[in-house]
Write a protein that binds this ligand. Structure first.
Ligand code: CP
Ligand code: NVA
Length: 301
């Protein structure tokens, strides 16, 4: 029994296997031949935060794989009334075959996993968002081939997405350059751990320096869920970190633009970039469904 709490929970070979299966499952679905390895299986989906893509992709993914998904918003379960996470893990894992959790503290997901007897998937915490980066690598490779040795550039907040890109540099072997304002760097320990595992991760405060020759440029909101009260202060700090046509012009001409969405046009990215020819955000969003089906099959079949 395995959990997927960060990208470091799977080996590079396992990640390759998941993406190969995802590619095949997607192709078969488009040919009208769905793959159904999870018949009779149920996924519990615990959400403490809002979601569009994650909820829909896991729910539809389970249905297409032959199983069933159960949406459990904390506000309408006993979790929201303070039932301990350890008790909830033991109760739910007696009834379902897998659990996804979207919450605030990463430690909550770790505690749930410790007491769960079924696989647990991190559907976003304040620390990481591994399902999104798994999908983003899948999307890059679908469009441009193997990501190993390519240059991925993260511009903006050193947030959960940035941390998953850092972990992904270990798993997938891309070079990662991060440009963030002072005070908003990713967790030093995450950077050091990735470097110790052989990842090529560098940090700068200069987005133009970071983006030179990039194969993939990506960013995210300036204020993540739970940080809405910091919006004004963050808008000031990140003003020079907006991904616009000038920044994109320093990247490789063939570079792709990605954003996990939801996006704020005119804040972290301009409309001409996110709606422009280098942007693959819509296929990236759709691929949440396909990449996660590879993951669900790996963990639950
Ligand atoms: N990218 C992503 O996780 O989107 P949702 O918040 O809509 O799930
Ligand atoms: N960093 C964002 C990602 C949303 C998918 C957040 O945590 O709100």
């Amino acid at each position: 029994m395995r959990h997927f709490l960060t990208l470091l929970d799977i080996s590079p070979d396992e990640a390759r296997h998941i993406l190969q299966r995802a590619e095949k499952i997607k192709r078969k679905l488009k040919e009208g031949k769905p793959t159904r390895p999870l018949e009779g299986k149920t996924l519990g989906m615990i959400f403490d935060k809002a979601s569009t893509r994650t909820r829909v992709s896991f729910e539809v993914g389970m249905y297409q794989l032959g199983g069933h998904a159960l949406f459990l918003h904390s506000g309408t379960t006993q979790l929201g009334r303070g039932e301990p996470i350890e008790d909830s893990a033991r109760v739910l894992s007696g009834m379902v075959d897998g659990v996804i959790i979207r919450t605030y503290a990463h430690e909550t997901v770790q505690r749930f996993a410790e007491y769960s007897t079924v696989p647990v998937i991190n559907a976003l915490t304040d620390l990481t968002h591994p399902c999104q980066v798994l999908t983003d690598v899948f999307t890059y490779e679908e469009q441009r081939g193997c990501i190993k040795g390519r240059t991925v550039v993260w511009i903006g907040d050193g947030n959960n997405m940035a941390h998953s890109w850092i972990n992904g540099a270990v798993t997938f072997g891309y070079r990662l350059r991060i440009a963030c304002p002072a005070g908003y760097a990713p967790d030093e320990k995450a950077v050091a751990a990735a470097r110790a595992l052989g990842a090529d991760v560098s940090l700068t405060h200069d987005p133009l320096e970071a983006v030179a020759g990039a194969d993939l440029v990506t960013t995210d909101v300036w204020a993540s869920m739970g940080q809405e009260h910091e919006q004004a202060e963050r808008a000031r700090a990140f003003a020079d970190y907006r991904v616009d046509a000038r920044i994109m012009s320093y990247a490789h001409p063939d570079a792709l633009f990605m954003h996990c969405l939801p996006a704020h046009r005119g804040e972290e990215v301009t409309a001409d970039v996110i709606d422009g020819p280098q942007s693959v955000v819509w296929v990236e969003a759709e691929n949440r469904l396909h990449a996660q089906k590879g993951l669900l099959e790996f963990l639950m079949a």
